[in-house]
Design a binder for this molecule. Structure first.
Ligand SMILES: O=C(O)[C@H]1O[C@H](OP(=O)(O)OP(=O)(O)OC[C@H]2O[C@@H](n3ccc(=O)[nH]c3=O)[C@H](O)[C@@H]2O)[C@H](O)[C@@H](O)[C@H]1O
Length: 429
């Protein structure tokens, strides 16, 4: 007969474990001792060896992600990336640094000698490999992108402990107008809860940073007065995305009023260009035209033109830098207001709306492929028919002056796209 080893002794089903345990008092106490020793060692291990790990509690994301950060080597990288290289340079925390605008702004700041630390949660709203490629680009120019979420208060506090940031360029957001109907909570999570969390940390920081952040042209919603001026009404959002950006503007007012935070909101108008966002029409039109796939082009009632004030990324970057350069210091410190602080909002557009049908014609010429056009009624999914920015305020106060027309900007985009996706053979997802 086969001798039973001690391993054979342990049954495979946990429910059957008990009867074997009470065979002898000795066996029982050894098992108990072993069990509690394991628990004890486990606890010690967790206490001493776990680097600060924070989880992204966003229930709307497919994957619940954990980020690890902290430790002397990590802090050294943070400090080095944020180190100012010129006499009057800034030390800027850029949230959403692996995003489209975030990457371009971070690179531009670094180029001129400012200290830049990036933060990004690398979520999968669109192909994360594009975000990783942008991150690699930034790392090559000396910008470290910390992987983490703006909802993570412990991480943000740690970053401010390590670096006394003079400015925050807040670009992390859930973007996209139409996706808000699919995943509304992701907009609340990033654009409202995340923004409040960031402001909470900024207001308690000493010194408080000046904050420049991305609002959106979509706040004009159903406004019909054109061009859109900052003084126009913004109380009729057409999408939840727009509503969360509008909420952000009101939240900014509150933190400015109570805590003396210097806050500048920038209403971006349909930003496009190299390293852009694959969820935007110009990007996926390019992909689909190259694949020979039909594209849907929206039109208004009675065949009304749908148009956008498309704005080229380099112009937007200049606007962002202008906003940082003219931002006054926050007046509070350690959570206490010490005087009135600056509160601004600016349109950053191109001032010349282009019909979406013309955008497609330009792409056809650049790609040398005829698009399969499928004209359809503008769906009721948050899109507005027309945007057009009045930029006189940004021109006056930020020195903002867009110089790139859609034809020129799309040429640069197409060149990048074809290079990045191997002549369009490697399809963008
Ligand atoms: O300025 C902003 O604040 C916003 O700009 C951008 O939104 P939009 O201006 O809506 O850009 P985008 O989706 O590229 O559609 C462009 C045009 O194509 C039309 N469009 C779109 C899809 C389609 O299938 N067919 C079509 O005709 C569509 O009707 C529209 O006329 C950002 O995505 C958003 O995050 C926000 O930053």
């Amino acid at each position: 007969m086969k001798q039973m080893s001690h391993l054979d002794d342990i049954p495979s089903t946990p429910g059957k474990f008990k009867p074997y345990f009470h065979r002898t008092r000795w066996q029982s106490s050894v098992a108990k001792l072993a069990f509690w020793s394991l628990v004890f060692v486990g606890l010690i291990f967790i206490f001493f060896y776990r680097s600060p790990v924070s989880s992204n509690p966003d229930p709307s994301r497919r994957s619940l992600r954990t980020y690890s950060w902290g430790g002397p080597a990590w802090e050294k990288r943070v400090r080095s990336s944020a180190r100012v290289r010129t006499r009057r340079g800034f030390s800027v925390l850029v949230t959403g640094a692996a995003g489209f605008v975030g990457t371009h702004v971070s690179a531009a700041l670094k180029r001129r000698g400012d200290g830049v630390l990036g933060l990004d949660n690398f979520n999968d709203y669109y192909d994360p490999s594009l975000k990783r490629a942008r991150q690699a680009l930034l790392e090559r120019s000396g910008v470290f992108v910390v992987e983490g979420d703006i909802n993570d208060a412990a991480l943000l506090k740690k970053l401010f402990e390590v670096v006394p940031f003079t400015h925050v360029m807040h670009l992390a957001a859930q973007a996209g107008v139409r996706y808000a109907m699919e995943n509304p909570s992701s907009y609340v999570h990033s654009n409202i809860a995340g923004f409040v969390n960031l402001l909470e940390v900024c207001k308690s920081a000493n010194p408080q940073p000046a904050i420049v952040w991305a609002s959106s042209s979509s706040v004009y919603g159903l406004n019909t007065k054109v061009p859109f001026s900052e003084k126009d009404r913004t109380d009729q959002p057409a999408s939840l995305y727009a509503a969360t950006k509008k909420a952000g503007e009101e939240i900014a007012h509150t933190y400015n009023h109570i805590y003396g935070l210097s806050l500048t909101g920038l209403r971006f108008f349909t930003v496009y260009g190299p390293w852009g966002r694959p969820d935007m029409a110009y990007f996926f039109f390019t992909r689909d035209i190259l694949k020979g796939k039909a594209i849907s082009i929206f039109e208004g009632v009675n065949h009304g033109t749908v148009a956008r004030d498309f704005t080229y990324i380099d112009d937007i970057v200049k606007g962002c830098l202008g906003a940082l350069d003219t931002a006054e210091k926050s007046t509070g410190s350690g959570g206490k207001k010490r005087g009135a602080a600056q509160l601004r909002v600016f349109n950053l557009g191109n001032t010349s709306p282009v019909p979406v049908t013309d955008l497609v014609t330009i792409l056809e010429r650049l790609l040398k492929v005829k698009a399969k056009r499928n004209i359809m009624k503008l769906p009721r999914n948050g899109d507005v028919q027309f945007t057009h920015a009045n930029i006189s305020s940004a021109q006056r106060e930020l020195g903002y002056k867009p110089t790139t027309d859609l034809q020129t900007g799309l040429k640069k985009f197409a060149r990048w796209y074809l290079g990045y996706y191997n002549g369009g053979k490697k399809a963008a997802s």
